[in-house]
Design a protein around this ligand. Structure first.
Ligand SMILES: Cc1ncc(COP(=O)(O)O)c(C=O)c1O
Length: 464
């Protein structure tokens, strides 16, 4: 192990003492852990460009105080110490202490997971390996700033066929996640201190970025057919973030008349619509819903896509389709920004798309998620009956349940005891009300049909 203490040669404190204090603090604060091997005296002398005596004196002092121990023929090791309470690091509990860890749950309805059993591991590995094997050296360099051209080309073809979006690769910017896309858009549109309208409830992951970028969030209520358009008549928002194909988290589809009115609002006021089409691929009944962007004749919609649902969240790959009129500003403002997604991943996805595997994968997954979705609805009907109401359209990888006569916290608590974990969607409200606590959220993408049935049955047994 190498260590790099900051030693000040000009300081009145002798170097051996500085080194001693630095190591002591690292051990006490848990950055150097018991059982870690320290660099040898010779290695540290060379590395720090100090005299051998400096290192020997510091090590000797630390050994005599029990911070380090020397084992003959083995080396110098960090010793086990009783930590002073001042430095004891409180462990952050991801879930309440009486809860089981996620692997202990029989069924975890966590949102965000995708099905891994049917994931085409072999084909994906081949694309990764082919991406690295490309004889061109460019792959080992930085990516093109906007993203690999081959990938942007594939995305533009895919968007035309599957989401009705007409765009050229030059309009696409590859990003490392939707939050990254939003931060970029905030800077591009100069939204700091400006009003951004958002569905209420809406995706908190995006709302946090708007807030952190200094935007003022204007929550817009939802109606049966999506965001309230009436609200925009008096709004001075500069941008509106919406999830028209599958509202997050309620799941309704924005009606065609509201789409047209929302576009009109943008055209008349000069505002921008940020369309987050995060799971538009997974609609199980009726025609696929074309994107709002496909209706945008005056180029006021900024379209966001992600590979997190359609492929894997772990590739951290998303993209923005910018209206041509914003490309000049983009080039000026971001000329100095490097692309944050590895060109190897980008190339591998491009190969996966070129080979036809991506569309095949989506078709396969759509059928699979449809079966899971049907199984989930059937189990809910069978075990819960009128005690809940299913909220949302027939699409996506999650549903909400509206509870009758029980609060979500009671049900969540009771579920934890029985080994089934469900979630409160309350954080998706900017201004939660008591109504917000009458829902639970079930993500089902990563569960098998048996787990879904089992989980719903368990949860049903938790109702008072
Ligand atoms: C509304 C919404 N947008 C986008 C995403 C995906 O975000 P990312 O691209 O960062 O994985 C999610 C994922 O949960 C989501 O719920």
């Amino acid at each position: 192990m190498e260590i790099s203490p900051f030693l000040q040669k000009e300081s009145p404190e002798p170097l051996y003492s500085q080194l001693y204090h630095w190591i002591k603090k690292e051990v006490e604060e848990g950055r150097l852990l018991p059982g870690m091997k320290m660099p040898s005296i010779r290695q540290l002398t060379t590395h720090l460009k100090v005299s051998r005596n400096t290192v020997v004196s510091a090590y000797e002092q630390l050994q005599s105080e029990g911070y380090l121990e020397s084992v003959p023929k083995s080396g110098i090791w960090v010793a086990e110490i009783e930590k002073p309470s001042l430095y004891s690091i409180e462990k952050v509990q991801p879930i309440r202490s009486e809860c089981k860890s996620s692997s202990e749950f029989l069924v975890n309805f966590e949102y965000g997971n995708v099905d891994l059993n049917k994931f085409p591991v072999k084909q994906w590995k081949k694309c990764l390996s082919d991406a690295v094997d490309q004889e061109n050296n460019w792959l080992f360099e930085y990516s093109e700033k906007q993203g690999e051209f081959a990938l942007r080309q594939e995305i533009s073809t895919y968007l035309l066929h599957s989401r009705g979006v007409r765009c050229v690769p030059e309009q696409i910017v590859v990003t490392s996640g939707t939050q990254n896309s939003i931060a970029l858009i905030c800077r591009l549109l100069e939204l700091q201190e400006k009003i951004v309208a958002m569905e209420e409830p809406g995706y908190s992951g995006v709302r946090s970025v708007f807030k952190d970028q200094g935007c003022c969030i204007e929550p817009v209520p939802l109606e049966k057919d999506g965001i309230s358009i009436e609200h925009f008549e008096t709004s001075s928002a500069k941008a509106a973030y919406v999830t028209p194909s599958h509202q997050f988290p309620f799941g309704m589809v924005l009606s065609i008349s509201k789409r047209i009115q929302l576009l009109k609002w943008a055209y008349q006021t000069g505002g921008y619509i940020i369309e987050d089409d995060y799971d538009g691929e997974f609609r199980y009944r009726g025609q696929p819903i074309p994107s709002l962007k496909s209706l945008d004749e005056e180029e006021k919609v900024i379209y966001l896509g992600t590979f997190s649902k359609s492929f894997l969240p772990s590739v951290r790959l998303s993209y923005i389709v910018l209206p041509p009129s914003l490309m000049v500003q983009y080039s000026k403002k971001f000329a100095d920004y490097n692309q944050s997604v590895s060109p190897i991943i980008q190339k591998a996805i491009a190969l996966f798309m070129q080979s036809g595997e991506f569309e095949k994968h989506i078709r396969r997954m759509r059928k699979l998620y449809q079966r899971k979705h049907q199984a989930l609805l059937k189990s809910i009907e069978q075990y819960m009956g009128t005690r809940v109401k299913i909220v949302g359209e027939k699409s996506g990888l999650h549903i909400l349940l509206k509870l009758n006569n029980v609060s979500n916290s009671e049900l969540i608590e009771e579920g934890l005891q029985k080994g089934v974990k469900v979630y409160s969607p309350v954080r998706f409200w900017l201004n939660p009300s008591s109504e917000s606590n009458s829902y639970i959220m079930l993500g089902f993408g990563g569960l098998s049909i048996e787990e879904i049935d089992n989980g719903v049955q368990l949860l049903a047994s938790c109702f008072p």
